[in-house]
Every structure is written in C-alpha cells, then in structure tokens.
Design a protein around this ligand. Structure first.
Ligand code: BES
Ligand code: MN
Ligand code: ZN
Length: 494
C-alpha cells in the first residue's frame, strides 16, 4: 500500500474515494465531516433527515459523485459518541472505511485527517493496513483483486509537523508487523512446520538486519533441553529453536529483554490426544512465537535503544511411536524434574527450557507469550489477554503499554497457595494443576523456570484469533500482543 500526504483543498482531491467521519451528536457537522465544503454537507443534511446518516459507530454512508468535491465517492463513517473517541476508535474508523471500500473494488482512498498529530497519522495508517487483510490466502478465486493500493492522507492544507513522515512509517511498520504475525498464525501446519517457521524467521531477520540463529534436534538435546525435547520427540518434523538478537549499539547493557514465544506449529495433544472437534484450530498454537517475530520485525525498523533477544521453541506436539507419555518423568534443562500428567500441557514444557536458555544467554527480563490454556478463554474470552507475573513493576509496565497501545490485557493472580496444585509425588513438579485455576497454574509452572529473573507471562489462547468479523478487521488471526510489546520496547528511547 502506497501511503502519502496530500495538501490540496479537500474539494479538489480527485480520488476514487474520499473518506470522513462524524459523531452521533452532530452527524453533518462534526469530526472530519466538518471540513467538507458546504455544498457537500448540504447533501449530508438531506440524508440525515431521511435517517440515512446518523453518526452511529461504523455506519457507512456512501455517496456517488457528491456535489462540492472532485472525488468520485464520499464515504462517511459513523464515529459514535464523541466522548468515546480515542486513538483506538480512530484506528477502527480508518479500518472500517478501508474494508467498506475495498469490498466495492475501490483501490485508492483519500482519508481526511482530523489532525496532523503524529499519533493520529500513525493510528490511521496502522488501522488501514490491519483492515486491508483477509485470512483467505489459499482461496484461488479473485484474491488479488480486493486490496487497497494507495492511502492518501488529506491534510486540507494544514502544515505538517516534522514528525509527520516518521508517523506514517511507524504506522506502516506496526501494521506490517502485525500482519506478518497474522500470516504466520493463519498458515496451516502442513505448510508451516517448525522448519518452515524457522525459515520465515530467518528471512525476516535477513531482510531487517537482525542476527538469527536456528538450533536443530541435535543441539536441543546437547543443551539437555529435556522438557522441550520430550514434546518434540513424538513428531517426525524436526524441532527448531529460533533465536533472534537485536543488540543495538549505544543501548545500555541492561535490561536485556527476552521475548519467548510458544511455537507449537500443531498441537494434537499428543498421547493425551484432543477431541477432533476444533482440533484444526491448533494450527494457531505458535501464535506466541508469531507475536515475537512480529515484534522483532518492528523493533528492527523502529530501533529503540534496548537489547532484545527473541527465543521461539518450535515443534509439533504429536502422538508418534516415540512420543512422550503420561507418567513419564523428564529432566528439564534447569535440572528440575517434571512428571508428565498430560501430554497436552506441552506449552509450559517447551517454554520451561526456553526460559532457562534465555537466562543463560544473558536475558535480565523474561516476557513470554503463549496460547497456553483453554482456561484463560473461560476466564477472559477472546477479547482480553491474561497477564501473570510475580514482579509488580514489569507486570505494570506491560499493562501500561497495553493500555497505551489499545490492546486489552488484564492481570490474573499468581500466588504461593496454588503451588500445591502442580506438585508431583515422584518429581519436582507435575505439568498440570487440574482444571480449576488452570490458567494460573499453567502460568506459575512456567514462572518456576524464571528463577529470580523478572518474568511476565501473556496467555493469548483467547486473543490469538477472532471468531467474528468486525467492520474494521477480518475474522481470523489477530496479531494480538505485537502492538503492546512494541510499545513497551519503544518506550525505551529510540
Ligand atoms: N494449546 C493449548 C491451549 C489452547 C486451547 C489454546 C484452545 C487455544 C485454544 C494447550 O497446549 C493445551 O492443550 N492446554 C491444556 C492444558 C491442560 C491439559 C492442563 C488446556 O488448556 O486444556
Ligand atoms: Mn496442548
Ligand atoms: Zn498447546
């Protein structure tokens, strides 16, 4: 998508579509609709009288060859109540315009900017890119016909601040990084094996100048990653441990932020096999890994002065002849022994060793993202990510970054009293803590491998995927977590 500013008066912009928004309180004279020529607004008043234009959130009112402007179309998007207006809402409004127009074959949109503030520009660009995405990449019919080619940001002649172009860049970088993560999550497991995921990571790293290292089965075993290997041994697809480093010159020695993403390219449950209903959804069990790859792609371009290392343990969880079994006792890289009570609790096992390795590589803060538990979906649905951790400071930093970025995250507790639930009678730990409080015990199990390093866990099992279409985004993979973590990292000075 080409993105550029245009400063000609709105009336003179000859684009296939001009898009503006207005609020419920004053649908013909608020928001950016207010900036349109009087003649055009006269038409809107007529439509408002007829009930066709109300300003209700995401109402799309298209006008063909409207008076007063040179554009072929005017699209007015309802912005809802002005009190509820926010950057998130703006991102969604731009997204709604994109999805409405692209479905009607429009290739170029001129968006009327409400302000030229950098955050406004970024929100519009990011919203447009996120909306210009569909999950039907393997549909063979007419798929390349519906995307938007160009987004024109119409300033109406207002002078641009010096940061304006960087604001477009930030929006583009974020939108593309989130869409990269979404593409990976959307890939079926026959096409995105651990090997392919590692290749995609390497390709991204080369493109954006990051150092990428990929370990295979021999190295994973040599490092004594017994927990990761236990999961990996049941699959014929070789496991991969993906390590990507972003260590910019001039960044302080600490913190070194470890971003650990669960990379199960397919979770059948293993010997504790899952029911077949909805098992296909388990192609998305590498969403945590995808999130971290998206974050690294963005960070490589935004260049904050902070050290980051991403680690993605990637494997399938399969019930092969060599698969690990319930009752098995395995020795993790940390030395802690684990009794496997359920082979479907595999995420915490691969993450346990990845956290241990992250600490060995020098990470001083650990943040993991994982599609870890169905229990978190029971608690928070698919709207909100569960946030866990013992370190109040880092939990709060994540929550603040999420709030700022407009992603919904909510802290759930960790507490000593839950420890008993995943005790084992034969080993140091058991890999499950039962049904009740399952998101908490799953999180705490991972935390056992963080030692005294500050650690935050994001359970994105619910938020990885959207089950419904919204006016501003397709049904399917969400890329959830990317924006929050990029926000966290770029809050360290660029
Ligand atoms: N990948 C699943 C969790 C999951 C379920 C993610 C549904 C997205 C949608 C995870 O590996 C798993 O199977 N967790 C089990 C843990 C249990 C066996 C302790 C679960 O949540 O049922
Ligand atoms: Mn599982
Ligand atoms: Zn899983």
């Amino acid at each position: 998508m080409k993105i550029e500013f245009v400063s000609t008066p709105l009336a003179d912009i000859s684009s296939p579509a001009l898009a503006a928004y207005s609020f419920e309180e004053a649908p013909t004279s608020s928001g950016t609709v207010e900036k349109l020529p009087e003649e055009t607004r006269g038409l809107l008043q007529e439509m408002n009288k007829g009930g066709e234009l109300t300003g209700k959130a995401f109402e799309c009112t298209p006008l063909r060859w409207p008076d007063g402007v040179s554009a072929d179309r005017l699209l007015v998007v309802g912005a809802g109540k002005s009190q509820k207006f926010s950057e998130t809402q703006l991102r969604h409004l731009a997204g709604a315009a994109v999805r409405h127009l692209r479905s009607r074959g429009v290739k170029q949109i001129a968006w009327v900017l409400g302000s030229v503030a950098p955050s406004t520009i970024t929100a519009v660009v990011e919203g447009a890119l996120l909306a210009d995405y569909d999950a039907d990449s393997y549909r063979t019919e007419s798929k390349d016909e519906k995307g938007i080619d160009a987004l024109i940001l119409a300033t109406g002649g207002e002078p641009l601040p010096v940061e304006a172009h960087a604001a477009i860049e930030r929006g583009r970088i974020l939108g593309e990084a989130e869409n990269f993560a979404r593409d990976l999550v959307n890939e079926p497991s026959n096409r995105l094996t651990p090997t392919r995921l590692a290749e995609q990571a390497e390709k991204m790293a080369v493109q954006f100048g990051l150092a990428c290292e990929v370990l295979g089965p021999e190295e994973i075993q040599k490092l004594k990653m017994g927990a990761f290997w236990a999961v990996a041994q049941g699959s014929r697809e070789p496991a991969r441990l993906i390590v990507i480093r972003y260590l910019p010159e001039g960044a302080p020695a600490e913190p070194v932020i470890g971003l650990i993403g669960k990379g199960i390219t397919f979770d059948s449950g293993g010997i504790s096999i899952k029911p077949s209903e909805n098992m296909h959804e388990m192609k998305t069990d590498m969403a945590g890994g995808a999130t971290m790859l998206g974050v690294m792609q963005a960070v490589a371009q935004l260049k904050p002065l902070v050290r980051v290392i991403a680690l993605i343990p990637a494997t399938e969880n399969m019930p092969g002849g060599n698969a690990y079994k319930p009752g098995d006792v395995i020795t993790s890289m940390s030395g802690k022994t684990i009794e496997v009570l359920n082979t479907d609790a595999e995420g915490r096992l691969v993450l346990a060793d990845a956290l241990t390795y992250a600490r060995r590589l020098g990470c001083t803060v650990l943040i993991d993202a994982a599609t870890l538990t169905a229990a978190v979906m029971i608690a928070l649905g698919s709207i909100t990510t569960g946030v866990f951790g013992w370190n109040k400071d880092w939990v709060n930093r994540i929550l603040a970054a999420a709030h700022h970025a407009g992603e919904k995250m909510w802290q759930l507790p960790v507490d000593e009293d839950y420890r008993d639930l995943y005790k084992s009678s034969i080993a140091d730990l058991a890999n499950t803590g039962g049904r009740y409080g399952g998101a908490i015990t799953g999180a705490m199990f991972i935390g056992e491998f963080a030692g005294d390093t500050p650690w935050v866990h994001l359970d994105i099992a619910g938020t990885r995927w959207a089950n419904d279409e919204k006016p501003y985004r397709a049904k399917g993979p969400t890329g959830h977590g990317v924006r929050t973590l990029v926000q966290l990292l770029t809050d360290f000075a660029s």
